[in-house]
Design a protein around this ligand. Structure first.
Ligand code: GLN
Length: 488
């Protein structure tokens, strides 16, 4: 790992803090300095509150001095995707609709972070309302890939991935509806993990597609991701879809799992559209596991070809319903031109939402409309069940499945902006995991000849996060691609 403070892993920082070789205020200052030095180019942040972050760091140092440290995350900064509510802080979803909105309450994950003593650090850019794969749909600015500023960081949690990659936060949270944590993690050479649906509370997460959305960690190592997940996971009575399950000490438990594992390769994930360099890097990872004594088995996920279509029916249907609340009446943007109540709805939504969000609302309204509901929405739900069943069938004979995270390395800013279908294909390998409600992780797995990061996706079984982390970590520890830092 790097000798720079701002590039240390949370696990390393925790030790320095515990040994009193470092104070949280010093750490926070170094992260702020780094952010000021690079964020003009990377543009990961929508906003940050320097004073507030330093006050949180000071409080952490005071706790530690009194012997009251709250645990391994105490004093460690965590950046938050700008869809996760922090009381008294801006919450914009990178949309004009919420440009001036300040959250009146904490999300459950925010509360848990605060209880763990972590510093809630800065609001990170995204595609508006988490709809996109490049952050180009942000109403404010496009975040840049730290490995090549002409390229996208991926999305929608591009700000979270870029911040961790560029040394602007040791940890960050994102949300993943169809790939929005794993795909940007792959493009920015960091670890990104989507938990099993129901493991992390969605209370206080701005909703995109509620049956798919999950909050999850970005980190510089698998151990760090496990540490952060442990802090935010667990049942929450405020989210009726949150699951009653024990949350183990992932870090402790994962270190005990050494394999060998039975790992599945699905041919459906290595077909047309896969960049040859990405394919080769993932094949090399498969060979690594084989040499470690893992049993590599071909598995079939025959309904994969429908995943993208099913996703763009279900996700848009749910988004059209979720985004109905932005009516210009109760909160958010209200048009100054409006003359009566109906006019407020129309004009506020016309002015407040960007083109991709409007496209999704229109598609979603269409698939839910009477006469089309059965043909689209209902059918998509049935195929969704088949997609989930494909995975469960495969898990009869394997412990996890290995795939590329993204079909290509980072693409150029503007390259796919005018072609929504090309953009949607960025998530071809991640979307099925959300439809099936499974956990998935992306770990750095090499670089293209032109120096762009490549990610390996490991897809796990429901609520078997410990196993998933252990499998990813066994690869990570033998390779350490993550320590190849961007030249910023
Ligand atoms: N890129 C996908 C979309 O645009 C997934 C986004 C996400 O996971 N939030 O819908």
């Amino acid at each position: 790992m790097s000798s720079d403070l701002h590039y240390k892993t949370a696990t390393e920082l925790t030790e320095l803090l515990a040994d009193k070789k470092l104070s949280s205020v010093e750490l926070m200052k170094s992260v702020i300095d780094r952010t000021k030095a690079v964020d003009g180019r990377v543009k990961a942040f929508n906003s940050y509150d320097e004073k507030d972050a330093l006050a949180q760091a000071k409080a952490s140092d005071d706790r530690r001095a009194r012997g009251l440290s709250a645990g391994p995350l105490d004093g460690i900064p965590v950046g938050l995707k700008d869809v996760i509510a922090v009381e008294g802080q801006p919450l914009t979803a990178s949309s004009k609709m919420l440009a001036n909105f300040v959250s009146p309450y904490d999300s459950t994950v925010t509360k848990k972070l605060k209880q763990a003593g972590a510093i809630c650090w800065g609001r990170l850019n995204l595609d508006e309302f988490a709809m996109g794969s490049s952050t180009e749909n942000s109403a404010f600015h496009t975040t840049r890939n730290p490995y090549d500023l002409e390229r996208v960081p991926g999305g929608s949690s591009g700000g979270s991935a870029a911040a961790v990659s560029a040394g602007e936060a040791p940890l960050a949270l994102g949300s993943d509806t169809g790939g929005s944590i794993r795909q940007p993690a792959a493009l920015c050479n960091v670890v990104g993990m989507k938990p099993t649906y129901g493991l992390v509370s969605r209370y206080g997460l701005i909703a995109f597609a509620s049956s798919l959305d999950q909050i999850g960690p970005f980190a510089r190592s698998v151990d760090d991701a496990a540490l952060l997940l442990g802090a935010i996971a667990g049942h929450d009575p405020l989210d009726s879809t949150s699951f009653k399950t024990e949350v183990p000490d992932y870090c402790l438990e994962l270190a005990k799992r050494k394999g060998p594992w039975r790992l599945g390769i699905a041919k459906e994930y290595f077909g047309e559209g896969l960049d040859p360099e990405v394919g080769a890097a993932v094949q090399a990872a498969v060979e690594f596991y084989r040499k470690q004594g893992c049993e590599i088995k071909e598995v079939s996920l025959p309904h994969t070809e429908y995943a993208l279509d099913v996703y763009y029916i279900i996700a848009t249907a749910e988004c059209s319903s979720n985004l109905a609340r932005y009516d210009g009446i109760r909160y958010g943007h209200r048009s100054k031109e409006a003359t009566d109540a109906i006019d407020i709805y129309f004009k506020s939504r016309a002015e407040g939402f960007g083109p991709e969000v409007k496209r999704r609302i229109i598609l979603g309204t269409y698939v839910l409309s009477s006469g089309y509901y059965d043909a689209y929405y209902l059918r998509a739900q049935k195929v969704r069940t088949l997609i989930r069943q494909d995975f469960l069938d495969a898990y009869q004979s394997v412990d996890a499945i290995l795939t590329p995270t993204s079909p290509t390395p980072a693409f150029k800013v503007g390259e796919k902006a005018a072609n929504p279908l090309a953009m949607y294909l960025s998530d071809i390998y991640t979307i099925g995991v959300n439809l099936a409600g499974l956990p998935g992780i992306s770990v750095p797995c090499g670089f293209s000849k032109s120096g762009l990061p490549i990610g390996l996706q490991v897809i796990g079984q429901p609520f078997k996060e410990t196993e998933l982390f252990a499998i990813a970590r066994s690869y990570e520890q033998a390779h350490e691609w993550g320590s190849r830092l961007p030249a910023l």
